[in-house]
Design a protein around this ligand. Structure first.
Ligand code: AMP
Length: 213
């Protein structure tokens, strides 16, 4: 099964992706996570992406496409995969279609997670994440431990630079302008499954699984 998770930042794509990965036993491929790993390791790709990421801008298509093409060749992607945060532009969506059709494959579902702007701004501005394992907290709804040490893996709990208030607003604008057109692109192919991402995570998981049935 090949699934694309679409939706503005802060609609719970990471949480939902983990549930889908466990249920369908397919890899969860997050281009944002790949960039953050490269940034932490100081690779040339990470250094190139840094400035764009901190401002909440998209990294240029060329950089993203190479890394995705490479990742999808992994043997663990043979039975399917879930894409989270990719594609984000029409150029990327078209490139993905070409990549898949070249291998005789195609997308099965595009899940669109939706939530009002106020909800996503609150979620992102209050979000804290573990640098090592990606576990997520929220300063008021689910506060992290006071010592900011992850109870799961002892990693450092921090606020992503792009979760700061100005960057969040920019990410939302970028989403509407550059990723918004993908809804029409996939709707025309009959692939879009709309899911209300403003509900509590467990309810969203249920709705998402129903949408794939
Ligand atoms: P995310 O964790 O998906 O919100 O991604 C964090 C940041 O990584 C984004 O704001 C972009 O700067 C960059 N990024 C991740 N995926 C892409 C993509 N498909 N195209 C361009 N930039 C991306």
């Amino acid at each position: 099964m090949i699934i694309v998770l679409l939706g503005p930042p802060g609609t719970g794509k990471g949480t939902q992706a983990a549930a889908v990965r466990n249920r369908f036993r397919i890899p969860h491929i997050s281009t944002g996570d790949i960039f953050r790993r490269n940034l932490a390791e100081g690779t040339p790709l990470g250094l190139e992406a840094k400035g764009y990421m901190e401002k909440g801008e998209l990294v240029p298509d060329g950089l993203v496409l190479d890394l995705v093409a490479d990742r999808l060749r992994g043997p663990d992607c043979r039975d399917g995969f879930l894409l989270d945060g990719f594609p984000r532009t029409e150029v990327q969506a078209e490139a993905l279609d070409r990549l898949l059709s070249g291998a005789g494959r195609s997308i099965d579902h595009v899940v669109l997670l939706e939530a009002p702007d106020e909800t996503v701004v609150d979620r992102l501005a209050g979000r804290r994440v573990c640098k090592s394992c990606g576990a997520v907290w929220h300063v008021t709804h689910n506060p992290p431990p006071a010592d900011l040490v992850c109870p799961e893996c002892s990693g450092e709990i921090y606020q992503r630079a792009d979760d700061a208030a100005e960057a969040v607003l920019n990410r939302l604008r970028v989403y509407v302008r550059q990723t918004g057109p993908l809804i029409g692109y996939y709707d025309a192919k009959g692939l879009i499954r709309r899911v209300d991402g403003s509900r509590p995570p467990a309810e969203v998981v249920e709705a998402l699984f129903r949408s794939l049935a």
